[in-house]
Design a protein around this ligand. Sequence first.
Ligand code: HMG
Ligand code: MG
Length: 298
Amino acid sequence: NLPNHVSIREVGPRDGLQNEDTFIRTYDKVAWIEKLIDSGTSYIEITSFVSPKWIPALKDAKETAAKVKHKKDVTFAALVPNRKGAEAAIEAGMDELSVFMSASETHNKRNINKTIKETYPVLKEVIQEGKKANKTIRSYISTSFVCPYEGKVEIDKVLSVACALLEMGVDELSIGDTVGAASPRHVDQLLSVLLKKVTTDKIAMHFHNTYGMAAANCLASLQRGIHKLDSSCGGLGGCPYAPGAAGNMATEELLYLLHQMGIQTGMREEKIWEAAAFIERKLGRSLDSNILKVRNAG
Ligand code: HMG
Ligand code: MG
């Protein structure tokens, strides 16, 4: 029961850049985002309205959002942690607000400076503000498999956070393997439990590739009927509060996997290669994407 079509959530401009030492100037961020839109993506997370002290790489969120040309049928999303972020994202004309929290206490605390219990009312306010402004809301659940500080995370913890978020009105959950240490069996086990409570249209999967399992984990998700997957052009990404975590599933590799299986995405692989080569030049280091390496070699 593999899906015929997969919607890719491009998170490169947000997850991809948030942990980079090189500051990409707004002009180049915007040029990259426009190349990504040109690849046919229907969804793009362009930035984060978070504290610039916590994530300096995205301190130009407002300027970036103002300069990107919006395109019909493309959802523009931004990460927001609280009311201040929500107001800025709404003001900037985002279609969707992405809130985030973790299934494990320690990562939640390190990443957003709150306990899980303290986080709920903050997110509830964001969700209410977003709904009032007619925005859709996605919520990440980070450390859904492994926490960098606590180790393996029990499925029950993920389920409890997922149910609380859905009850507060979240439209879509993105189940995050922040550390990049999930394996297909773990993915299958988590989804078998989660899908008893939530339908596949409300779930996206978000894999980092630290252990080289991201593509295998995407396949395991497809086999459970998941048809929304997060990925990042060039395989960029990482959370500064998850030390050692590698980049996301690379969009160009995900496209190859899906297209080779006859699954449609509406996206053009060569356009993503071009976008990956562009940001690789701007960052001035070689990116961890197998397809990009092959392209660069020949
Ligand atoms: P805090 O220090 O507890 O916040 O941080 P605060 O409310 O006490 O405010 C402190 C200062 O931050 C104040 O400024 C606020 O105005 C400012 P000051 O008076 O000191 O000059 N501030 C803000 N500024 C701009 N925008 C805002 C905002 N909020 C407060 N929205 C806070 C709490 C949540 C703000 C902070 O911890 C934070 O910004 N964290 C973000 C961390 C982050 O972005 N991590 C990476 C994303 S998560 C991820 O990568 C995982 C994911 O990809 C999924 C996966 O892989 O699993 C999503
Ligand atoms: Mg991530």
